[in-house]
Design a protein around this ligand. Structure first.
Ligand code: AMP
Ligand code: MG
Length: 488
């Protein structure tokens, strides 16, 4: 009889070794009855890990943090953060661990990270360090949907049930999410480094960030300014993509913004259904600071906080350093607007060769139409694909004011929209709020079938399939206004 598969995985401990000031060696809480709930086999392959190994009892213990891979030195990372605008000097991984780093099939170094792995010294107050199954599956399905939509994001490798009970409003099954990101360097990591170690620690962290995220910056005249410029550009592109797909992150605190330009820390996020620029879903965001339309200015605000930590590296002279930072940050609005406009032209099937002046009225008017008629954002654009092929019925069925829609359609069709181009960028399937809730409720009660169905639909978002027709439809009126919660 052959021996059961023994996952032989080795990880680097680069962050842990290079930044003892910014991390605390720590171990995951031992789970009572670890059980694999979902494994991302394609991602495991991409990471060079054998899915069969990961499914073995030892693999499960590894994924949940209870068997430390060779070479690894798990740590809780420290960071600060502006939360809803007010500064918290010490946040850090209260319930998460960086297991270590791995080089993926593309040669990219990435973090293997656990969420819900138990209380760490960074946990505050009565926080229990745990996570419930529903919210971890939520991050899994939404991050994988974002990836399939072509939006930079942390990935989800696995969700594991711990067998322990997590006390929230009611007792819930506990879980750990094993996630992968190109790093977990946040704006808040730099704020923390600046506060505890000054410009020398910031310099080392910035050099580490250059090596991982902006290697060409190393050869620039001012490498740290080039790093900042790269982060500005990455965020402008990222937030434009969020806006184009109707994604609301929900808690864009500086500790939840990765300088890699990947979407991270999925908490109370949601997708806009009936188009409303003021859409807010998070129950704790009472002032609407992180509303849909505020995401670009908030990203810019967070980048200004990032720049503040880097100023001493930009120039020895304070005034010159500030001028350099302002100039670099000034690119955000231009780059964001250009990326958004180009994306919108693509969604509308308009040729890249068409002058922006010709497209502007069509783009402006479609946004007004969406807003005035509270149209379902995702299915409206997909219905336009049919209109581009000559079938205007699906889109006309959606209109509340047919006269306004018909007038707009005339102007738009005059620009010869290309339906194939639209098929590639207007998704049929997104993780619609009512479907996510339905899948998580069932999973919490032990039925994973709706979760797997939803995952199958949203991880192939442009490919229309008859059996997923329900997943392309708007929420029933009975679903009501959607609220998301941070207490995960
Ligand atoms: P978040 O809003 O998820 O980005 O978390 C903000 C901060 O609260 C981070 O420092 C988290 O580590 C910490 N935190 C959130 N939930 C818990 C929990 N259940 N136990 C310990 N720390 C937590
Ligand atoms: Mg966070």
């Amino acid at each position: 009889m052959s021996a059961p598969a023994q996952p032989d995985i080795s990880l680097d401990r680069r962050f842990a070794e290079e930044f003892p000031e910014l991390s605390i060696p720590w171990s995951a809480e031992v789970a009572t009855a670890p059980r694999l709930i979902v494994l991302n086999r394609p991602l495991a392959d991409h990471l060079g890990l054998d899915p069969a190994d990961l499914e073995s009892p030892d693999g499960v213990r590894l994924l949940i943090g209870n068997r430390v891979p060779r070479g690894a030195a798990p740590v809780a990372q420290g960071y600060s953060g502006h939360q809803f605008g007010s500064y918290s000097p010490r946040l850090g991984d209260g319930r998460a661990l960086l297991l270590g780093e791995l080089t993926d099939a593309g040669g990219q170094l990435c973090d293997i990270h656990l969420k819900g792995s138990g209380r760490t010294p960074f946990a505050r107050g009565g926080a229990d360090g745990r996570a419930a199954l529903g919210p971890m599956l939520r991050e899994y399905v939404i991050s994988e949907a974002m990836h399939a939509l072509g939006i930079p994001t942390s990935r989800s490798l696995a969700v594991l049930a711990t067998g322990d009970v997590v006390r929230r409003e009611k007792p819930l099954p506990g879980a750990v999410l094993t996630r992968v990101a190109s790093s977990h360097l946040r704006v808040g990591s730099f704020q923390y480094a600046s506060a505890i170690g000054g410009s020398e620690l910031v310099r080392r962290l910035a050099d580490h960030a250059i090596a991982r995220h902006a290697p060409v910056a190393a050869d620039a005249e001012n490498p740290h300014l080039a790093l900042f410029t790269a982060a500005v550009s990455a965020q402008a592109q990222l937030v434009a993509q969020w806006m184009l797909v109707g994604f609301v992150h929900g808690v864009m605190n500086t500790d939840n913004m990765a300088i890699s330009g990947e979407t991270i820390d999925y908490g109370p996020c949601a997708f806009v259904d009936a188009y409303d620029p003021a859409a807010v879903f998070s129950s704790i965001d009472q002032s609407g600071r992180y509303a849909y339309r505020n995401q670009p200015p908030i990203a810019e605000w967070n980048l200004a906080r990032f720049a503040e930590t880097l100023l001493p590296l930009f120039n020895d002279d304070d005034e010159q350093a500030i001028a350099l930072a302002q100039e670099a940050l000034g690119a955000f609005r231009r780059e964001y607007s250009a990326a958004w406009f180009l994306g919108m032209k693509t969604k509308l099937g308009l040729s890249q060769d068409l002058d922006d002046e010709v497209c502007t009225p069509v783009v402006d008017d479609v946004m007004t139409l969406l807003q005035e008629q509270s149209l379902d954002y995702t299915s409206f654009f997909r219905a336009l694909n049919h209109a581009a092929r000559g079938d205007v019925r699906p889109v006309r069925q959606k209109a509340r004011d047919l006269g306004a829609l018909d007038a707009w359609l005339d102007g738009w069709r005059g620009l010869n929209p290309n339906a194939e181009q639209m098929d590639r960028v207007n998704p049929v399937y997104i993780p619609r709020n009512h479907l996510v809730e339905e899948a998580l409720e069932a999973a919490t009660d032990g039925d994973l079938a709706p979760f797997h169905q939803l995952l199958e639909a949203v991880t192939d978002p442009y490919h229309e399939r008859e059996r997923f027709v329900r997943y392309a439809s708007e929420a029933p009126a009975s679903f009501g206004p959607y609220r998301t919660f941070c207490g995960t």
